[in-house]
Write a protein that binds this ligand. Structure first.
Ligand code: ADP
Length: 381
């Protein structure tokens, strides 16, 4: 495709890394992955898998030195190393400074305020003591939402504080506090922007969460929202990426509150769970879109082909060990149902082992199919 193939390095070799590799195969791209173990999901599908720790400065620099382009499939990477690689002239997506901001919930919310993007009212605290003092002084009243500033992932590090007793279980850490939003729907969309400033936006999805594990339970595409909300989401996303000349792919999660207010919750500068459906439901999928973006190619068409419901195949809460999926027959005997099995060696309680995408034209029918299937599938050991 090119006279000299650019070497594309991805930090992270989980399911998102695997799907990035699969999307880059038709173009025969040279994709290298850095992650801990050769038995991780992306390993069989990349040009070369480098065993190493993406949170370690030296290992990331050593990996990236040999690349032309570096991108991520997870936020928990060593961003100081990415700054170094950028200063060496490597193309790094997202910009390491943007990644630093996203990793810190206080900086992220400040960013939204600075760019006049709608978000929840919040305060940031250096310690639990400072946070408790703000309640004592009446600056903040219960209920509220407490969030650890760093390393929040899949709902850990978030606590809805309703009572004085809830305060006791709050860990000691730098934190932010947000107003408790009366959520009607949790929504998300994915936008991409390349170095030439060309953008493309995927249609909005609606996310439903599994309360016990606080993991995404299912995702509905398209979201069941008014056209005005859809347009507002698109214009917020567009304004956001243009305001900073963003390059890469960005997932933006929103709350739609019960009064119809649209607020940004958070962002992820990488392919995202809320874009799995793009594989079967859109002309271009989010993984191909990232590859186009990092190569500064025009974005692909994000139009929808069909509707879809995605649900995760989570490890059963009672099993740890080699993973078996019960209910394969049901998946393959149901029309327009697509299995994505990530190939993780071991199942653990609530671990994301795969997902199923139920697609079709009639949204009621696919909802029914999805809920029937969900009851019949189980990840055991
Ligand atoms: P994480 O970074 O761990 O994914 P989030 O900030 O997305 O954490 O919060 C996890 C979940 O907690 C959200 O999906 C939502 O259900 C709930 N939540 C977070 N912030 C608020 C808020 N300000 N008001 C109400 N619920 C919230």
């Amino acid at each position: 495709m090119y006279q000299k193939q650019p070497k594309i390095g991805i930090l992270g070799g989980g399911q998102l890394g695997k799907m990035l590799c699969l999307a880059s195969m038709p173009w025969h791209l040279e994709v290298y992955i850095l992650d801990k173990k050769i038995d991780y999901p992306a390993a069989p599908y990349c040009y070369e898998f480098v065993e190493g720790d993406f949170s370690d400065y030296d290992q990331v620099v050593a990996f990236g030195e040999n690349m032309d382009i570096i991108t991520i499939e997870i936020e928990g990477v060593n961003s100081a190393a990415l700054h170094e690689l950028k200063s060496m002239g490597k193309k790094v997506f997202p910009d390491p400074a943007f990644l630093d901001m996203v990793k810190d919930k206080a900086l992220q919310n400040q960013f939204f305020n600075k760019h006049q993007l709608p978000t929840t009212r919040f305060s940031s605290f250096e310690s639990k003591r400072e946070f408790l003092a703000s309640i004592e002084s009446g600056d903040w009243n219960l209920p509220l939402v407490w969030k650890s500033r760093f390393e929040g992932y899949d709902g850990r590090g978030v606590c809805i504080v309703k009572t004085e007793e809830d305060l006791e279980s709050i860990p000691e850490s730098k934190c932010i506090v947000e107003e408790l939003i009366s959520i009607d729907k949790e929504l998300a969309l994915i936008i991409s922007r390349n170095a030439n400033g060309q953008k493309a936006i995927f249609g909005a999805v609606e996310m439903v969460f599994e309360k016990e594990a606080n993991l995404l339970d299912s995702l509905l595409f398209p979201a069941d929202i008014p056209q005005a909300t859809r347009s507002e989401m698109r214009s917020i996303a567009s304004q956001l990426v243009d305001s900073i000349g963003y390059r890469g792919i960005l997932a933006i999660e929103f709350f739609l509150d019960k009064t119809g207010r649209l607020l940004i919750n958070e962002m992820a500068p990488r392919p995202h769970n809320s874009g799995h459906h793009t594989i079967e439901c859109c002309i271009t999928n989010q993984y191909e879109q990232l590859m186009r973006t990092v190569l500064n190619l025009p974005p692909g068409d994000t139009s929808a082909i069909q509707n879809g419901i995605m649900f995760n195949l989570l490890g059963d809460k009672d099993y740890t060990g080699p993973a078996i999926l019960e209910g394969l027959e049901e998946i393959f005997s149901t029309e327009n149902v697509h299995l994505h099995w990530y190939g993780k060696k071991e199942t653990r309680p609530y671990r994301k082992m795969g997902h199923v995408l139920v697609a079709g034209k009639n949204i009621h029918l696919i909802k029914q199919k999805a809920s029937e299937l969900k009851n019949k599938l189980k990840v055991v050991s």
